[in-house]
Design a protein around this ligand. Structure first.
Ligand code: F0G
Length: 454
């Protein structure tokens, strides 16, 4: 049979409700047209993020009961560390309360003014921590990764000649090279093992450590299995270990592929770097055997990590994301192809050609999806990335709207509803007005800026 089903039964439910269109418009006005400022109860289908929003399994709930809350040396810590080591055998594992805490610690040690950190594409918090340290973040994704229509199978790949040029001209300023798997900001696009190997070779040539931002490692490994020649018969867990073996360390948010609601870690092989990072971790995260997490969280992550590389789960996960993408493509909505792992990205710049980038077409579309259908999504474009470290606003490379799919949470009926709403909004997209920003903070403005329609 061809139907890919959810490989689970629903064990506990959380009701959702749809408030009226006029109420949604009023709530959006009150929120300053910022979807982050809505009350969650006023959202019917929440596709804001796939981060921490997944459903736990019965085994994870059981593990939560097993959690031990000892301050130091908790058995939960050892179960967590061993589960991390099964996939990512880095010598030092430092738990953190989420991914950005790992970034803050890492760039607090290796960043600083004059430094430059290359990445395929920095996620927003990664870029913010790089810049907060005084360093410069450079995005070096392959040109195909910036073309929403290009069907290259690994659009998250690093542009090797560009990385080579950067290292040749500024080697002494580069403390490490980062690669984000999958490339979230570039459309949830994977990085091939061949590309990671080429990055590794350059890192060896210049004696630089390679760090993975590995939030969506399992989805990346599934794409390698299904798209990269020679991997179809290799187990996903082995592909993950092969990716890890090419790197010297990693930052991680356990809120993504590890199927937990909170958590993260920083890992590396270098003893001196680990010692500095651990000292910083104690300042903000706590003792290094719990790192800002309850023991029960560490246990939920340990079980989630093993579930994340289950191939029945991954087949369903990637198929359900593609189901949403195919439905939108059939309706003529411009979406980034090939479909990413955790989300479908709508090309708002193409759908709303009447809006210049500095009127935020992505954000305007996201607001329309909420007003028309109670769906919350997220702009990944000029609002998120348009403000330069120099205080000058420029169009981001793309204006996308991300429909992120929480793991094991919504059924295909929910996705059918999303397809219907997006199709309706797309057919009436010439009615969508641009926005201006009326208030914004210095950094990470998308979380708290207030907007007004033009
Ligand atoms: N790196 C990537 C690639 C991410 O997608 C995220 C978070 C982080 C780092 C930071 O992790 O949230 O645990 O501190 N992405 C979420 C998202 C928020 O919606 O894409 P965190």
């Amino acid at each position: 049979f061809h139907t890919v089903i959810e490989p689970f039964r629903i064990h506990s439910i959380e009701p959702v409700r749809l408030i009226s269109r006029s109420e949604r418009q009023a709530r959006l006005d009150e929120a300053g047209w910022n979807l982050f400022a809505l009350h969650g109860d006023d959202v019917l289908i929440d596709l804001l993020t796939d981060s921490g929003t997944g459903a736990l399994s019965n085994e994870q709930w059981a593990a939560i009961q097993r959690g031990n809350e000892g301050y130091a040396g908790s058995p939960s810590w050892f179960r967590f560390r061993d589960a991390v080591h099964e996939l990512f055998p880095f010598k030092h594992v430092i738990p953190t309360h989420q991914g950005r805490a790992a970034e803050k610690i890492l760039f607090g040690v290796v960043g600083g003014s004059g430094k430059v950190i290359p990445n395929n594409t920095h996620f927003d918090t990664t870029r913010a921590h790089v810049e907060f340290s005084g360093a410069e973040g450079v995005d070096l994704v392959v040109p195909e990764g910036l073309d929403p229509r290009n069907r290259h199978p690994f659009k998250g790949n690093v542009d090797i000649p560009a990385l080579s040029r950067l290292l040749a001209s500024r080697a002494e300023d580069v403390p490490l090279v980062m690669v984000t798997i999958t490339n979230n900001s570039g459309g949830g696009q994977p990085v091939s093992l061949a590309n990671l190997r080429a990055v590794r070779e350059l890192c060896d040539e210049y004696d630089k450590p390679l760090f993975l931002d590995a939030c969506r490692f399992a989805e990346n490994a599934w794409f390698i299995k299904t798209r990269e020649p020679g991997y179809v018969n290799v187990a996903v867990a082995d592909i993950v270990r092969e990716m890890a073996a090419l790197a010297d360390g990693m930052t991680m948010s356990a809120k993504k592929d590890p199927l937990a609601n909170i958590g993260g870690w920083l890992a590396m092989n270098d003893d001196a770097l680990a010692s500095e990072c651990r000292n910083l971790a104690i300042l903000t995260e706590g003792f290094p055997t719990y790192g800002g997490l309850a023991g029960r969280d560490l246990d939920a992550i340990a079980v989630g990590l093993r579930e994340s590389v289950d191939e029945d789960y991954l087949r369903y996960r990637i198929a359900s994301t593609a189901y949403l993408g195919e439905g939108l493509e059939r309706a003529g909505v411009p979406v980034v192809v090939p479909f990413g792992g955790h989300a479908i990205f709508i090309d708002a710049r193409e759908l709303l050609p009447h809006l210049p980038a500095l009127q935020y077409p992505g954000h305007a579309l996201a607001c329309a999806l909420y007003v028309e259908g109670g769906i919350r999504s997220c702009e990944i474009g000029t609002v998120m990335f348009g403000m330069g470290a120099d205080g000058v606003e420029r169009p981001a490379p793309m204006d996308l709207v991300r429909l992120a799919i929480p793991r094991r949470t919504y059924t295909h009926n929910h996705l059918d509803y999303v397809i219907e709403v997006v199709t309706y909004v797309a057919r009436n997209s010439d009615q969508i007005a641009g926005l201006e920003i009326v208030e914004q903070p210095e950094r990470l403005r998308h979380f708290s800026a207030r907007f007004a329609p033009l």
